[in-house]
Every structure is written in structure tokens, then in C-alpha cells.
Design a protein around this ligand. Structure first.
Ligand SMILES: [Fe+2]
Length: 359
């Protein structure tokens, strides 16, 4: 699919296709955008990045008219999802301000400080000296982020989901927490797996669950990813699909729309891969790691043999995923770069019960 191409999910719902990352070609990855009309409310889920996506959002908004309220929901703060967030003010021109809203999780607010540089430097620092071209994390971050234009994540109307009262949401047989909008026409579910503030979006009228970047892979790469939350989000989505509570599943970086059978297959594969990936790491560990570059190569080869690709299967993300897996296993790093070693936590006598009672 070409960048900006629109897939009609139903007469009031479109997916605008993003694209894959190609660092050599200086091509940013772009997350898919969902545009949906519920009554007089136009809902945008993410705004992607690049002017091509901006034009596509505008065209979809025109096609889905009439609407008199607009709501932009950011699934998480990464630049491939938030670049065009100021389109909300363009589309909202002529509307009363009380009818134009943008929400993002408070947990992703730190990503916006200083144009995202500290957040991404923290993640890229983990691969410093392990991936060619990433010796200087700060310079690598600047190079990476420069690909994402425009980058306007916050506007003067942006608010956080966490300012709203948290709701108990029930979808089919599943219970979750989050926030609803438009008298229940949109449900935002907090999942917090792919990164600290990640949410997924349910559009009941379209029977659509947009998982954004939770299914990017069975092991999250970012420093603020939570592997257990990723697994839980995918497992809950699978249950929703298996119990016919949703009919359609979309993702941030799969440029297709999944029906129930294909979504079920994809989600169960991801859950199986999460377990298999753990087994692969365990099999390669002999107590600890003295040669991290060799471990990364071996682990990435095993993960590829398992069919794990991730949204962007390049050396940077593969190495970040390996480090994230080691941390999930509770291993502890010592040192920096290729010389760093990893070991299991020391379980010694001092951790047990005191030999005499402590007064
Ligand atoms: Fe993404």
C-alpha cells in the first residue's frame, strides 16, 4: 500500500495507511491513522507524520462530512503517530472551541520535552557501541528524529486522558479501564505496553479495535515498554476476537485490516512468539553474558527463525529488543557498549531470613 492510501472499513470509517521505516533512504516510519464519524463527531486516531498523511486526513474528513465536533486521540507519543497533531486546529476552524479536543496520555508527556531528544537518547543509549552508527546516542537521536517532519505533538488544546475520571469499561465479556467519548461512541483502553502511555481504541459502531503499536512484536523494544502489559493487551484483544465482541482489528504498522479469523491467527502467533522468544533467550544464556554482541547476533537469528519481525526489523530495533528481553529476565548489566556484561541477580544469604531476630 502506498503512503496515505485509504482503506474503507465501513461508510463512516477509514484507515489511512502509513509506511515502513527505511533509515538508509531517510524515510520515516508512519503509523496508520483511523478516521471515523460517529453521529456529528469526527474521530481521528493518531495523525501520523508527513504532509502526505496530513492531506489524506483532510480528504477523509471532507468525505465523512457532515460533522460538527472533532476529537483527536493520540495512542502514544512516538513521532510516527503525532507529527500532524495540529491538524486538529485546522479542521476545527469555524467550530466552537468546546467542540474541538485532543487527548494524549500523561505518561507520554515526557517524550515531548526538548523535541523528544532526551526520551529517544535514553532508548538509543542502550544500543550505543552495539550497532554501527549509534556510537554517539545523542547524534544518532538527532539524525533519527530529523526524519520525522512535521513534528507538532502538542497544541494549545491538548489535554491528558488522566485528567478525566477513569471508567470501568466492559466490552463483551472483558473488563478493562480507560475513558469513553461521544456518549460511548469511542472507548480508549489503557494498555501501557509498547510504551508508558500506550492506549488502544475501540469504536463500537464500527466493531473495530485499533491496537496501535501493541502488536508491533512479542517483545517491546523501547526503554519504557512493559512486556507483561504487551502480552496482556494482546491476550485481551484475542479474547475479544474469539468471543465475537469485535469484528475488525487494525494496528499501527500493519497496512491491512484484519477480520476475525486473520486477527485471531495473528494475535495467537504473537502470544506464542512471546513464550518462544523467552525460551530462545534462556537457551542462549549460560548463567550470564560476557560477549553481548555475539549474544545479540545469536538472539536475533533465533528470533528471526521464530518468525519474529517487529514493525521495523532493523539492527537498531533488534538490538533494543534483545536488551529489553534481558531486562525482562531480570538480568543486570555492568559496563557500557560491547564490553558490557550481564548476569543474573545474586541470590545470597543476605537476602534470606535473618539468622537472629531483628528487634
Ligand atoms: Fe509506531
Amino acid at each position: 500500500m502506498a503512503l496515505g492510501e485509504q482503506i474503507e472499513i465501513d461508510v463512516r470509517t477509514r484507515m489511512i495507511a502509513g509506511q515502513e521505516l527505511d533509515m538508509a533512504a531517510r524515510q520515516p516510519d508512519v503509523g496508520n491513522v483511523i478516521v471515523h464519524r460517529a453521529g456529528d463527531l469526527l474521530v481521528l486516531v493518531d495523525s501520523g507524520v508527513t504532509s502526505v498523511i496530513r492531506d489524506a486526513i483532510r480528504s477523509a474528513a471532507d468525505d465523512l462530512a457532515p460533522w460538527s465536533k472533532i476529537l483527536l486521540l493520540t495512542t502514544h507519543g512516538h513521532p510516527d503517530h503525532v507529527g500532524n497533531n495540529d491538524i486538529i486546529t485546522d479542521l476545527g476552524k469555524g467550530l466552537d472551541k468546546s467542540n474541538v479536543h485532543h487527548f494524549v496520555s500523561a505518561h507520554d508527556a515526557s517524550q515531548y520535552h526538548d523535541h523528544g531528544l532526551p526520551y529517544w537518547t535514553t532508548s538509543l543509549d542502550r544500543v550505543s557501541g552495539l550497532v554501527p552508527g549509534f556510537e554517539d546516542p545523542s547524534a544518532a537521536t538527532r539524525r533519527l528524529l530529523a526524519m520525522f517532519q512535521p513534528y507538532v505533538p502538542i497544541t494549545d488544546i491538548t489535554r491528558t486522558y488522566e485528567e478525566l475520571p477513569l471508567e470501568h469499561l466492559a466490552i463483551g465479556s472483558q473488563h478493562m479501564s480507560g475513558w469513553s467519548f461521544g456518549d460511548g461512541a469511542v472507548q480508549v483502553i489503557r494498555t501501557h505496553g509498547h510504551c508508558a502511555g500506550q492506549v488502544v481504541v475501540h469504536l463500537p459502531e464500527a466493531r473495530l479495535l485499533h491496537l496501535s503499536d501493541e502488536p508491533n512484536g512479542p517483545c517491546g523494544a523501547m526503554h519504557d515498554a512493559n512486556q507483561m502489559n504487551i502480552f496482556a493487551a494482546l491476550a485481551q484483544a484475542l479474547t475479544l476476537v474469539e468471543t465475537d465482541a469485535v469484528d475488525i482489528v487494525t494496528e499501527g504498522h500493519a497496512f491491512e485490516v484484519f477480520d476475525r479469523p486473520t486477527a485471531a491467527e495473528r494475535l495467537s502467533t504473537l502470544l506464542d512468539q512471546a513464550a518462544a522468544l523467552d525460551g530462545a533467550a534462556q537457551a542462549l544464556l549460560s548463567g550470564g553474558i560476557d560477549d553481548l554482541p555475539a549474544f545479540v547476533d545469536a538472539f536475533v537469528a533465533r528470533s528471526q527463525a521464530l518468525g519474529v519481525s517487529g514493525a521495523n526489523p532493523n539492527p537498531m530495533f533488534n538490538t533494543m529488543m534483545t536488551i529489553a528481553k534481558l531486562r525482562e529476565l531480570g538480568l543486570v548489566a555492568k559496563g557500557k557498549g560491547p564490553q558490557q556484561t550481564w548476569s543474573r541477580p545474586v541470590l545470597d544469604d543476605s537476602m534470606g531470613a535473618p539468622s537472629s531476630s531483628v528487634e
